[in-house]
Design a protein around this ligand. Sequence first.
Ligand code: GLA
Length: 394
Amino acid sequence: MHTPPELAALHFDTYSTPAQVYAAPGRVNLIGEHTDYCDGFVMPAAIEFKTMVAVSPRNDGRLLVRSVNYNESIDHPINEFLDRRFTELRAGSETHWSDYVGGVLWALREHGIPVADGFSMTLEGNVPLGSGLSSSAAVEVATAFAVLGTTSFDLPLATIAQLCRHAENAYVGANVGIMDQYVSCCGAQDHAVMIDCRSLQYTLAPIPPDVRIVICNSMVKHSNSGGEYNTRRAEIEQGTQILRRHRPEIKALRDATVEDLERWGTEMPENVLRRCRHVITEDNRVIAAVEAFRAGDLVRFGQLMREAHISFRDDFEASCREIDILVDLANQQPGCYGARLTGGGFGGCTVNLVAADHAEAFTQAMRGGYKKAINIDADIYITRASAGAHQINL
Ligand code: GLA
């Protein structure tokens, strides 16, 4: 990946104009899966992988974007780009990388941010694609920061995250929650972020210096804009509606309890009942995990991660064979407090909390064990929690 000054130089070579450079990170979620769109709790951390956007304003109403990763450029009259709604896009083809940029411009314009004069952008990122580490959110948030940086508008981080989420929901067509975009905005170095996805309040929790976050990439591709993620959301909505008939104050599953489910779950199809049980128990686990983390009780935290994985695998049915192999292997390693599938599911990565002095040995054992079990070379990253989106001083 280029350094920020190199990216600015590349931008200059392409567009003959100096650029400002912005960066936004991907994320790993420690615990709290599929709770965000149920107004619940999550505990992610921003990671070192990020997307950078070099940007300069134009005055000819065009949007020019060059993606270094895809070695591809687009050049559209910006209005045409802004009018393309996701329905048309989906009717035609697969999601294109530039939809994430176009979607953010569209959402910003809906919010009253002037974008019509156009922009030149150069994009480059190193968040592994389709691995459940929020490469899309990193592109969206970096784009939003870049565009806002060229205007005098200063939006709260929660609003920027909401606009980026709106872009992904309404423009790209992935019905995701707020977690990825929000933590990409508000992450902090060496801290996990505890987010209440209803109030959008967040607090930072320092990650103890003697543990490492290790991410194991199963190399099984994952996508939120594919069918499974949206199907799960629909199942959750169905279950919520059934509970709401009995307790109208249940706005989202955040408001429901295990007892509610025991009482009225019989009215739900089996699969819907299990999806709801995952979400309701997961919220409880996040609350307990936050307490354990604050108390420095990593053993308890790790145990909650293990329970979360079992629930994600059996009740939510969002795991896959490769991921379960990684989790089982991790649980056998010395120094590993806990392991689970992270992100939307159906492939992607596991997150592992590992004692710092075991991290290297853990990595080797995981690589060797996965290769032996399934003959795939897993990518493994020992990462630090890192800062949220920001402008880079050149
Ligand atoms: C994806 C979505 C998030 C969240 C997770 C599951 O990452 O983008 O909003 O729903 O899946 O926790």
